[in-house]
Ligand binder design. Structure first.
Ligand code: FAD
Length: 402
């Protein structure tokens, strides 16, 4: 069979589904199989920690395609099935029931799995990755518990905001000095911390979790590394995620940080990866990259579909992501290295209405907008152009420890 006449996609969320849709849109009329281990029709994840947790959206609103649209794909949909192995020499994906599916071309889009801490299995402890996780967490929050959120990255910060929005007593804990430091650095991270404090969250940064406290298998609190003991009836663990590559062990693919790919997102002849699981060389930044962002999953899947059909062009996007917390929408284009310089281009940090540029090795590598979507869109071009850092006219330039 011609390699482009039998495409199998593993992972049926945004990256996997977008690959399938793009292939059909581009005229691919061969065999198409989409395998996903979740029982649900593919759905969108960003609303899970926002509208679904807050209860403002019903789950059917986050469905990515209707049943009619899915059947129009003319694909074999194996939902509720897990890929358990990959035999590249034989061109086969092994499945949970012991059967297998042959492929001519394979797309790996299995995303990431949430990291766990010792204690995650206790009753009252929640992870947040799937629709089922979000619905279970929402139901538990409705019982009015005292909440501790471990990890103040995107997910933890959004979960804390949602819980606080329900009027609950919330503590946000992170071993780093400020929330979202890994994403945005110290200066903007401190503003995120202030935002949460202003909304009544107890922010405990610079301290980790020593152990989960429990009675009869149910969490009752946390002992922190500074010795403090916190009461909590519900704990959200949001301490990052790891690429879902367990099923690829022994396949011969390089799995250092997700599925390692070249600049065209190809991991091996006829094998591509897209979305959160894929690590590739982004030539725009001349750097290896693996992103856990919604827009990247879509754009990378579209690029993979084109490359699979013969385009073979590098995928070199300027990443975009956002987070919603209370009345704040923080949007970011580009990359935000830990040792970047920061300059305010519009507005003021203290007002929490601004656009800031991040400079690294003499170039603008990122722009971040806090409740400034219009200004941010204009300034995005600085990252696209890799503008010299010396060329930006900043109101406030903070080259030291931002
Ligand atoms: C709660 C939450 C909020 C988010 N909010 C934002 C946001 O505000 N902004 C933003 O930019 N991004 C956000 N993201 C990230 C964004 O949702 C992801 O980048 C996006 O979902 C990645 O899509 P994906 O298809 O690559 O992976 P995933 O969405 O993880 O999908 C992978 C799919 O593959 C399945 N799978 C895994 N292993 C196997 C296997 N062996 N066999 C079969 N199927 C398998 C998984 O179950 C899953 O359904 C958020 C993520 C979460 C969890």
């Amino acid at each position: 069979m011609n390699t482009t006449r039998n495409v199998v996609i593993v992972g049926a969320s945004v990256a996997g589904l977008t690959t399938a849709v793009t292939l059909r849109t581009l005229g691919y009329d061969g065999r198409l199989t989409l395998i996903g281990d979740e029982p649900h029709t593919p759905y969108d994840r960003p609303p899970l920690s926002k509208q679904i947790l807050a209860g403002t959206w019903e789950p059917d609103r986050i469905t990515l395609r209707t049943d009619e649209e899915l059947s129009a794909l003319d694909a074999e949909l194996l939902f509720g099935r897990s890929a358990t192995g990959l035999d590249i020499a034989a061109g086969r994906v092994l499945l949970d029931g012991g059967d297998s599916v042959s492929y001519g071309s394979l797309v790996i889009a299995t995303g990431v799995n949430p990291c766990r801490l010792p204690g995650t299995d206790l009753a009252g402890v929640h992870l947040l990755r799937t629709l089922d996780d979000a619905l279970a967490l929402r139901a538990a929050l409705l019982r009015g518990p005292k909440v501790a959120v471990v990890g103040a990255g995107f997910l933890g910060a959004e979960a804390a905001a949602a819980a606080r929005g329900m009027g609950l007593d919330v503590t946000l804990i992170d071993p780093r000095p400020v929330p979202m430091r890994r994403q945005f650095g110290d200066r903007v991270g401190a503003l995120v911390g202030q935002l949460h404090q202003d909304h009544g969250v107890s922010v405990r940064c610079g301290t980790g979790v020593n152990q989960f406290l429990e009675i009869d298998g149910r969490v009752t609190g946390l002992e922190l590394t500074d010795g403090i003991k916190l009461d909590a009836d519900l704990v959200v663990v949001a301490v990052g995620a790891a690429p879902a590559t367990g099923w690829l062990r022994g396949s011969g693919l390089l799995l250092t940080n997700g599925v390692e790919c070249d600049a065209t997102c190809r991991a091996a002849p006829g094998v591509y990866a897209a979305g959160d699981v894929a690590s590739w060389h982004n030539s725009h930044f001349d750097a290896p990259m693996r992103l856990e962002h919604r827009l990247n999953a879509t754009e990378q899947a579209q690029a993979v579909a084109r490359n699979l059909l013969g385009e073979e062009l590098p995928f070199a996007p300027v990443p975009y992501f956002w987070t919603d917390q209370y009345d704040a929408r923080i949007q970011a284009y580009g990359v935000f290295p830990a040792d970047a310089d920061l300059a305010v281009l519009h507005g003021e940090l203290e007002n929490r209405r601004f656009v800031a540029a991040y400079g690294h090795r003499g170039r603008v590598v990122g722009v971040l907008g806090w409740n400034c979507p219009r200004e941010l869109r204009k300034l995005r071009q600085l990252v696209v152009d890799r503008a010299p850092w010396s060329s930006i006219g900043a109101q406030e330039c903070l080259t030291a420890a931002w």
